[in-house]
Ligand binder design. Structure first.
Ligand SMILES: [Zn+2]
Ligand SMILES: [Zn+2]
Length: 91
């Protein structure tokens, strides 16, 4: 049963009203944004401002919620946590 809710390398957005599948292995700074641009098919800039993210959403060019996610390495597992817009590099 536990295999079903935890596929290898697949994680879901920590915001309950989003739950977009995310696959982010960029632990360089520990902060990212949920989602990707549907116009360029690129992931969001991990430091995108709230203003820019909400603008993309209004324009219908955002898949996902665009909110900030903090990645933390705990006991060899990467945790994806909700975090504040003001949070920059987590290191
Ligand atoms: Zn950074
Ligand atoms: Zn999301």
């Amino acid at each position: 049963m536990s295999q079903e809710d935890k596929e290898d390398g697949v994680t879901y957005c920590p915001y309950e009203d989003c739950r977009l599948k995310i696959c982010c292995d960029n632990l360089a700074c520990g902060i990212t944004r949920c989602g990707r641009r549907t116009d360029t098919n690129q992931p969001l800039d991990p430091h995108m401002s709230q203003e820019n993210s909400e603008q993309l959403r209004r324009d219908g060019k955002l898949e996902g919620c665009g909110r900030p996610i903090e990645m933390k390495l705990v006991d060899g597992n990467v945790l994806y946590l909700k975090c504040d817009w003001s949070k920059q590099h987590a290191t």
